[in-house]
Design a protein around this ligand. Structure first.
Ligand code: 6PG
Length: 245
């Protein structure tokens, strides 16, 4: 498992360069590249870095299929919407032809309906009509201080489920509704990139990377086992408690 720890001001550029390289690698082998984008606040600077010069010209955006790893069940105009953050920090700045973008449809009658609708989209676009796993080329993930990633929260019943590619869930603290890719779908990605910044994440980063708690306790640990497919990009504050490397 690759772990990069860099100065805070350098992190966005380092991750942006890695994304460019992974996209170019995927497109050298396949006609299109599928990416599941993280929500939250951390990735915005990285999305801005890849959607502005010089890197914006290094990606063939028209050959990308962009999805969300999770979404809050709010209107796309709501400041809590991950799609709104992704649109403002990435999509609005991209040249034509742009990527095909697949946001979660949160205007349906219930979170469950939105999850079912997203499942259909995932299967139709990523060509996995069968029961087999979905293969993203790249999964970009953040991590919460409780060890959640996407909207896979500690102790959630969906951690043990694999009958769907995505699920409607509730946030354990405020019961807000979300749609999340399943553990299996996240795990099926060819490459998984975790990004974490700031002192507040140092403890959970250390527990997830170096601890031995069950992934039920810290769901991000489901993906630390995929040693050669998982990379961590941390700033020096978030990586401060990791042992010498
Ligand atoms: C979300 C994200 C979530 C996020 C972490 C970290 O919808 O909130 O998908 O998994 O990555 O909570 O969030 P920050 O980047 O805001 O710290």
């Amino acid at each position: 498992m690759q772990i990069e720890i860099v100065e805070p001001k350098l992190l966005a550029g380092v991750v942006a360069d890695e994304i460019v390289a992974l996209v170019q690698e995927a497109l050298a082998d396949r006609p299109r590249c599928s990416i599941a984008l993280s929500g939250g606040s951390t990735p915005a600077t990285i999305y801005r870095a890849i959607s502005h010069p010089p890197r914006v010209g290094e990606i063939e955006w028209g050959r990308l299929d962009l999805f969300l790893g999770d979404e809050r069940w709010v209107p796309e105009t709501d400041n809590l919407s991950n799609y709104k953050m992704i649109k403002e920090s990435l999509l609005l700045h991209l040249p034509e032809p742009g990527p095909k973008v697949y946001p979660v449809n949160t205007s349906l009658s219930s979170p469950g309906e939105s999850a079912k609708d997203y499942e259909k989209t995932l299967r139709s676009v990523l060509g996995k009509g069968s029961g087999s796993g979905v293969i993203f080329d790249l999964m970009i993930l953040g991590i919460g201080e409780d060890g959640h990633t996407a909207s896979l929260f500690p102790g959630s019943p969906v951690l043990k489920k694999s009958d769907a590619l995505c699920y409607a869930v509730s946030h354990p603290l405020d019961d807000t509704k979300r749609i999340t890719l399943s553990v299996e779908t996240v795990f099926s990605a060819r490459r998984v990139i975790f990004i974490a910044t700031g002192k507040a994440k140092a403890e959970i980063v250390q527990k997830v990377i170096e601890g031995s708690d069950s992934p039920e306790v810290y769901p991000a640990r489901f993906f630390t086992g995929a040693m050669d497919r998982t990379s961590w990009f941390l700033d020096s504050e978030a990586g401060a408690l990791l042992g010498d490397r």
